[in-house]
Design a protein around this ligand. Sequence first.
Ligand code: ADP
Length: 270
Amino acid sequence: ESPLRLRVRVARLGTRFVLLLAEDRTESYRLDEVRRDFVANISHELKTPIASVSLLAEALDQAADEPDQVRRFAGRLSVEASRLAHITSEVIELSRLQARDALRPDVLVDVDEIVAAAVDQNRVVAGGKRVDVAVKAGTGARVYGDRALMIVAVHNLVANAIAYSNEGGRVGVGVKVEGDEVEIAVTDQGIGIESDDLDRVFERFYRVDQARSRNTGGSGLGLSIVKHTVQNHGGDVRVWSQPGRGSTFMIKLPLAETPIVAGEAVDDAG
Ligand code: ADP
C-alpha cells in the first residue's frame, strides 16, 4: 500500500481552470521519513570513525619498525573503537526506546536512589576534571518506571553537565517534590547553550559544536535518549541556559501516587 496520497483541487486561473495536486503526507509516510533520516544520520555518524580506523590500520602497518609510532597509532585506534562502540550502543538504546513508545512502566522506583547511582557512575570522570558534583536528594519520592532506563537518563544529564563544565567547575543535582510530580534538576556553570540551539539539543545527533563535542566523544544522541525515556515514563524534560554561564536540565516525572496514563482516571473506590 502506497503511503502517498494526493489531494486534488480545481482552481480558476483567469479564464482557465487548472487542476492543483497536493501531496498529503500521511502519518505513516512521515514516520517512514523519520526512519530514513535516522538511518542516514547513523551512516553519516559512523563514516568518520570507520574511515579513521582504516587509515590508522594502514599507518600502523607502515610504522611496523617504529615502536613509538605503533603505540601512538594503537592508542588512537582504541579511541576510535570506543567511539564506534559508544555510538552503536546509543543507537541501539534509542531504537529500543522508540519501539517502546507505548511502554507503561509499573515497577516502583526510588528516585533518590537512581539519582545517586547515576551520579556515582560519573564520579571518576568528574574527578579527572576536578568537577565537584553536589547532590541534594532525600525526598523519598517514588515513580513507576524502568530503573535501568531512568539511571541512563539521569546519567546522560550529569555526564553532559561535567563534559560541558570547565575544569574545576561545579555541578548540582537536586531532587524535589512539587505537587504530584518529582523534579530532577542538573545544573552546571559551564559553557551554556545559545537560545537558537536550545530547542534543538534534544534532536537526534544534534550537537551545538561538532568539533568540541567530538572531542568529548559525544554522539549527539544522549539528550534524545533522555527525552524518549522521560516521555515513556509520562514525564517531560526541559532546559534553561545562558551562554557562558551554564545550563539547567530538569526532568519532571509523575509521582507514583498519581495515575500516569493521561485520560485514564484512577478510581480508588474500585
Ligand atoms: P552529546 O553526546 O554530543 O553530548 P547530547 O544529545 O547529550 O549529545 O547533547 C547534544 C548537544 O547539546 C551537545 O553536543 C552539546 O552541544 C549540547 N549540550 C548538552 N548538554 C549540555 C550542557 N550541559 N551544557 C552545554 N551544552 C550542552
